[in-house]
Write a protein that binds this ligand. Structure first.
Ligand SMILES: *[C@@H]1O[C@H](CO)[C@@H](O)[C@H](O)[C@H]1NC(C)=O
Ligand SMILES: *[C@@H]1O[C@H](CO)[C@@H](O)[C@H](O)[C@H]1NC(C)=O
Ligand SMILES: *[C@@H]1O[C@H](CO)[C@@H](O)[C@H](O)[C@H]1NC(C)=O
Length: 529
């Protein structure tokens, strides 16, 4: 992390400590302190208004599948940050693995179920990588012995991965000492192999590659494009969402946009590696278009420093979730909120400020997220006493009936003008396995309605917001009528939410995830309902 950021964090720390210890030394209310009891005035003028809006997903925070062509043409594009792979020795017929998952030597003795044979890439350039093992150390060399002990990698932990010209799924790996990794036996993996190879089955420097998974978010995209990133990203910011989209939305009954933003935007025009500039200007544009076309804006911190859920859209480098594990990530996030609040909280079109999208249960603890929410709420209130502050439930993949979906209610209901947001899809949970279209529609009408009632009963003071939903489902051969009924059923239930809802997402290459397509083709009609 760049030095200027550390310094800013340090200064901010000092500020936090100072504010906590000396709340009365301020002439203005103590906004960062823990003791402020100042109450905000309830919003009354907008109480009948309900959000029926669109997310501007995939714009300022990338999720590759929404607009995959941004990734087309990246050199060695299946070796981006976070790609998880296995390497099978052609001579031992076993997989390369970090003994005990990391912290010791590397062997070529695992089968494909041992778990220790999975490696994650950190891309240095299109051919050079640092290679992370399950327990988070990096591959390196100790003499010529291949080990997995280093936690903060340097150039010494760089490996060049050379792919076969006949078969790109055969690779050889060159260590920083200039020699090639070879599996001399199952127990003995050394960086002492020669340069020349026939790439044949008897060469212990050859490994068969299997790619298990990839991540497609901003980290991967921007680092993947390297020197071309600035141009690719600028083109994306300038073209993916434009003024005409705001016009379209306002003409079609959409009254609000939820804009997912990333943490690095606050450092624009000099964001830290690997990010490029351009998001701040785009966000300014969005606010001015929102004003011109009368749309309300919901700012949504979608990606926090360290990643709060380990998935692409929170800008994880390799699937790790680091947010909340140190105070530094929390305090840097408060600085992010402070920046956005200072810049936009008085903007007349700002309607809500979502403090953090989808922190992941159980890795982000309830205690951590509540502490953060208390502090972040005060930061926003310092700049605007009435704007809605939006608190996301923890994301859980354990059941459709998210075990955590009511856990925040006591906290959120203790604040003024607060909103509890939950994102509701018809995918990702076992519940939906083998569901027909009819089952899905029935589930929305019965179960989501029941859950909505529970949410409303438990949140009398706070409002309820369905922040994301889509018409994505795994129903077999749904008819046009099914899809229409599905969208209608969802809107009927989600309209009960006291704050409203926003569809994920406005533009998407998949039609049933694209609000624009659904409107243009008559599946969603907000003007005649
Ligand atoms: C964060 O700071 C608090 C109080 O200053 C301390 O008690 C706590 O252990 C810290 N947590 C971490 C994860 O560093
Ligand atoms: C789904 O259907 C498949 C194939 O008919 C079946 O094997 C499986 O058990 C079903 N799964 C569930 C959760 O019902
Ligand atoms: C809708 O979404 C799912 C998954 O996101 C997809 O598999 C399905 O085929 C889509 N199409 C229709 C017409 O529902």
């Amino acid at each position: 992390m760049a030095n200027h950021i550390s310094l800013r964090i340090w200064l901010f720390n000092l500020f936090l400590i100072g504010a906590a210890l000396l709340p009365i030394s301020h002439s203005s209310p103590s906004h960062y302190g823990f003791q402020s009891k100042a109450k905000a005035k309830p919003l009354t003028t907008q109480s009948d208004f309900k959000v029926r809006g669109a997310n501007l997903g995939g714009w300022l925070v990338i999720e590759g599948w929404i607009h995959p062509s941004n990734f087309d043409g990246i050199p060695n594009g299946d070796f981006l940050d976070g790609t998880t792979l296995q390497l099978k020795s052609v001579t031992t017929k076993k997989y390369l693995c970090a003994d005990a998952g990391g912290g010791d030597y590397v062997a070529a003795s695992c089968d494909d179920k041992c778990g220790w044979e999975k490696f994650r890439l950190w891309r240095i350039n299109e051919n050079t990588f640092q290679i992370r093992v399950p327990k988070d150390q990096f591959l390196g060399i100790d003499g010529t012995q291949v080990v997995a002990v280093v936690v903060d990698p340097t150039d010494e932990e760089n490996f060049e991965i050379i792919r076969g010209s006949k078969d790109p799924n055969r690779v050889r790996i060159k260590a920083s000492n200039g020699y090639y990794l070879q599996a001399k036996s199952e127990k003995e993996v050394m960086a002492d192999g020669p340069k020349d190879s026939d790439w044949g089955d008897n060469d212990p420097t050859v490994f068969e590659l299997t790619i298990l998974s990839q991540i497609n978010g901003d980290w991967q995209l921007q680092n993947g494009w390297g020197p071309k990133a600035a141009q690719v990203m600028q083109n994306h910011y300038d073209t993916f969402i434009v003024e005409d989209d705001f016009k379209f939305m306002s003409e079609n009954g959409i009254n609000a946009v939820r804009i997912p933003v990333g943490w690095w935007t606050i450092y624009d025009p000099n964001p830290p590696f690997p990010f490029v500039s351009g998001t701040l200007k785009a966000l300014d544009n969005a606010f001015s278009w929102a004003k011109k076309y009368g749309l309300k804006v919901i700012l949504d911190l979608h990606s926090a420093p360290g990643s709060q859920n380990g998935v692409a859209h929170s800008t994880t480098r390799d699937g790790s979730l680091e947010w909340g594990k140190t105070n530094e990530t929390i305090q840097q996030t408060l600085e992010v909120i402070d920046f956005y609040a200072a810049r936009y909280a008085k903007h007349e079109n700002l309607y809500g400020f979502e403090l953090l999208n989808e922190p992941l249960y159980p890795y982000v603890s309830l205690k951590t997220v509540e502490e953060y929410y208390r502090l972040a709420y005060k930061v926003v209130r310092h700049y605007n006493p009435t704007v809605y502050v939006i608190f996301a439930t923890r994301l859980s993949f354990t059941r459709d009936d998210v075990p955590s979906y009511l856990e925040l209610s006591p906290l959120v209901n203790s604040f003024e003008n607060s909103v509890l947001v939950i994102n509701w899809y018809s995918l990702f949970y076992d519940t939906f396995t083998n569901f027909t279209a009819k089952d899905h529609i029935e589930y929305v009408k019965v179960e989501r309605n029941r859950q909505m009632t529970k949410l409303l009963e438990n949140n009398q003071q706070a409002r309820i917001y369905i922040g994301e939903w889509s018409c994505g489902w795994d129903a077999e051969n749904p008819t046009e009528e099914d899809l229409k009924e599905f969208a209608k059923a969802k809107m009927e239930v989600y309209d009960r939410a006291t704050f409203g809802w926003t569809f994920w997402t406005f533009k998407n290459v998949q039609n049933n995830w694209s609000m624009k397509w659904l409107i243009e083709n008559g599946y969603i009609d907000l003007l005649h309902r």
